[in-house]
Design a protein around this ligand. Sequence first.
Ligand code: ADP
Length: 491
Amino acid sequence: MGEPLKICLAASEVAPFAKTGGLADVAGALPKALLALGHRVVVIMPRYQMVDVERHRLRRLGVTIDVPIAERIEQAELLEGALDGGVPIYFIEKPSYYDRPALYGTPEGDYPDNAERFIFFSRGVVEAIKALGLNPDVLHCNDWQTGLTPVYLKTVYGEDPALAGVATVFSVHNLGYQGLFWHLDMPLTGLGWEIYTIDGIEFYDKINFLKGGLMFADVLNTVSETYAKEIQTEEFGHRLDGVLRRRSADLFGIVNGIDYGVWNPAGDPHLAATYSPEDLSGKAVCKQALQREMGLPEKATVPLVGIVSRLAAQKGLDLVVEAMERLMALGLQLAILGSGEAVYHEALSEVAERYPKQLGLALAFDEGLAHRIEAGADMFLMPSRYEPCGLNQLYSLKYGTIPIVRATGGLQDTIVNYSAARDTGTGFKFRSYSERAMVQALQRACEAYADQRAWRRLMERAMAQDFSWDASARAYEALYRRAVVQAAAGR
Ligand code: ADP
């Protein structure tokens, strides 16, 4: 075991306070699991408009931080709240940056001042650590929004005695989002131009915040072993594969856990009925309720396929749109919940109009409906182009909703392909990113579904899988200890 660690996790979104994707789930759940292992953990995030002070009972600390931005000093106030289970979470309140309807932008595009907003956050994290006297052993940063934090620690704050012992871990939750900004934003960072080089944060004539984390943190990780390997290849590397290969010895893969306190059909408050592996009768109730909610005919024996997704190129929705005719010919129903890029909103609305009896569509971000789809569907489709970890396939397993996934990243690592002959597996996998391969996988699933007894055993196997945070939190603990050793060696 070893001594308890003092850990500070910084993230731009943390469930249940603010969420656009999997990062929030991780940032909300990992700290609790680390606390359970005996560590001292705190979290830092921005205070967005949607973070309700009253509802979350946040406390103003009367502490302000001064954050240099370009030639100015901008002030922010710190608030304190807690994650369930008691992990303290600090919010950096700066209304001019964060008091907006969304986290990063609207369907039409990103907020134009995102560079400044997340330079402020990346540096604000360091200032908050100092102002609160946190003195962590490890600072765990996540994705491009905190990519500059390790850069600040190693440069501007390199000699600061209050931060001398701090090791940094940088997690990549999605390499496709790098925080790219034009070079004229460089003065906003307060970093010297010597950092704007190929060995620093320069990237094809732009500033790359994510690259900052990759170059300057002591230890790196991503959210599955397969994705850790994939991102070192040209195909999945988003032009950072060279950087990642160089840091290969410091790069690890740790699959995300899931929070069974939130995602468990036995006690899920969002559902029409709860159920468990011992008594699955509630699942049929959930299916009927979902069909009604999505405007689909209430038929018990038609396979109902769910999708809950950000609508972005990564998620493979183009395959779904292209294959719609062939999917519908399989006689199944589709329940799709998604929000994101306008092109997918349009394409999906168009097909939904053509197949009103088979396709239910909700273009929204709706936590409750996400739970109801997990529970009500028979199968869950994730045809991702790439998938760092993926959480929905793990929720699906718990809800006895059989995942149909493309064999990439975390989907490859967490789902075992079904074999009817051997009566093994937990889902249906396909390899090639093609309409044909996806439709074939769905066809196999529909055939298996027709054998209700075999399907029941498949559901039971799926529901018995354990992806709780405990094992992953232990892997993070080992990673943190490694970072501490490496940081000490580097000094
Ligand atoms: P990513 O982080 O790439 O979006 P993940 O599978 O890791 O993908 O995590 C997605 C998370 O966001 C899941 O918890 C999923 O339920 C949730 N989610 C995605 N889209 C929606 C939506 N439209 N409404 C509600 N929840 C959503």
